[in-house]
Design a protein around this ligand. Structure first.
Ligand code: 2M8
Length: 438
């Protein structure tokens, strides 16, 4: 059963609590996802954080994105981690000496400093930049915010649509389970089984702070390390390596569509012609539906480029294309039916579980194999509003706000019991709850 609800905190208390989390996790130029588990800057975390931070300080929200962009590579990629040199060695694995970006990634365009990882995360940044701009257009204009970030965000999307179009189908592929942000989702199990795990010569730092039952397994980590070190050995050059792991993820590509639409608005706002981006968004939307929509299952699925098939797996990433405005109406209808059907209905929280509740791999506590997350709920809420499902959006919004407050801004929530899991005072949980309170 659900734990007894605490007295419903009023919105003012919640806003203050969320603000305290964001102030506490601010390092001076950016925000750590968690002081304990994730002590550096993460790519899509920063985008979500900026979306919430804009309600507290537009200036800081801009800085959040700008400091991430300081780690961008010359080939356009935005790395999934920008390392803070002041964090002690061993506080997080894999650390800068594993990725060796400035040396191993030199030819691919890694900056001499800061040190970064060599892989990427979902492209939420253009949407975040546009929302940050809109929060205070005058301050944005004064600092030349859009004109500084637009070329960089364009280069980022160009990287994804050229170097990462590994299937030749006009979508971006992910080459590591950390890239779609849902590390140990069952969506990757079949593809990962082809990867020989690295010998256990590394030390996981996550288990110093997290319950092993909430985290990926050692076998998962062995494979994560193998894939990353193979990429590193190829100088992180997508042309010089045959990726053992290459999939088109529906969440990642749906975010790329919303990102292209945001770039179009930014370009128009600056008096440039945004139509190139509008056209790209329309083309990406068509590809997304052609290549990843599974009509029989009523959900989007990942495409495994090793054998060019859809992965037989149902997870929250397959609902995220709801954020795409140009989705065909019958697809939207099927997606909202799936959202409200037995596979995703978690009455203990009202949030959206990360995995099919009725599926064989569902695990209520283990990270991206079942728990409900706040960033995916925020995206689904936005998608519901985009498609005129106002009442349904409202109930999800209320769930996000209530659960964030009740769990002390937990990283994720057991969808069967409502118990908070993982880190607390987690940045994107606070940021996105704050956003939905506005
Ligand atoms: C988790 O991923 C990192 C690796 O990038 C980890 O497990 O150490 C994921 O939840 C990812 O989506 C998130 O961006 C990151 C930091 O919050 O943690």
């Amino acid at each position: 059963g659900r734990p007894a609800p605490t007295a419903p905190a009023d919105h003012l208390t919640l806003r203050r609590g969320a603000a305290r989390v964001l102030l506490g996790n601010w390092t001076g130029a950016s925000t750590v996802p968690s002081r304990t588990l994730y002590p550096h800057q993460w790519s899509w975390d920063s985008a979500f954080v900026a979306i919430g931070l804009r309600h507290l300080s537009v200036r800081r929200a801009q800085q959040e994105l700008e400091s991430l962009l300081a780690g961008q590579w010359a080939d356009g990629r935005i790395p999934h981690i920008v390392f803070n040199p002041e964090v002690p060695y061993g506080a997080y694995f894999p650390s800068p000496d594993f990725w060796q970006s400035s040396r191993a990634g030199h030819d691919a365009g890694a900056p001499a400093a800061p040190e970064t990882s060599g892989i990427v995360q979902p492209p939420v940044h253009a949407l975040a930049a546009w929302l940050v701009h809109r929060a205070d257009p005058a301050e944005s204009a004064r600092r030349g915010f859009l004109s500084r970030v637009l070329p960089r965000l364009t280069a980022w999307h160009d990287y994804l649509l050229t170097r990462r179009d590994l299937g030749g189908g006009g979508l971006a592929a992910v080459v590591h389970p950390w890239e779609p942000g849902m590390d140990n989702s069952p969506a990757w199990d079949r593809a990962l089984a082809r990867v020989e795990p690295a010998a256990d010569t590394f030390r996981r730092a996550d288990l110093d702070h997290g319950d092993p039952a909430d985290r990926p397994t050692d076998l998962d980590y062995g494979r994560y390390v193998r894939l990353a070190s193979t990429y590193r050995a190829a100088g992180y050059d997508d042309r010089a390596t045959t990726h053992r792991f290459a999939l088109e993820d529906p969440g990642f590509n749906a975010l790329l569509v919303t990102g292209e639409l945001a770039l179009a608005r930014m370009a128009d706002h600056l008096g440039h012609d945004g139509s190139r981006h509008t056209e790209r968004a329309a083309e990406l939307t068509r590809r997304l539906v052609d290549r990843l929509w599974d009509d029989a299952a009523g959900i989007f699925r990942a495409r495994d480029l090793a054998d060019d098939t859809l992965v037989d797996h149902t997870g929250v990433a397959g609902l995220l294309p709801l954020v795409v405005p140009g989705l065909p109406a019958d697809v939207v209808r099927a997606l909202t039916d799936t959202l409200d059907g037995p596979r995703f209905q978690a009455p203990a929280t009202g949030l959206v579980p990360s995995d099919d509740l009725t599926g064989p791999a569902f695990d209520a506590t283990r990270y991206w194999r079942g728990p409900a997350w706040f960033n995916t709920a925020w995206l689904v809420e936005r998608g519901l509003r985009t498609h005129g499902r106002g009442a349904r959006a409202r109930s999800l919004r209320e769930a996000v706000v209530a659960e964030a407050g009740r769990t002390g801004f937990a990283e994720y929530v057991d969808p069967l019991t409502g118990e908070g899991r993982g880190a607390r005072q987690f940045s994107w949980t606070a940021a996105l709850a704050l956003d939905l309170l506005h």
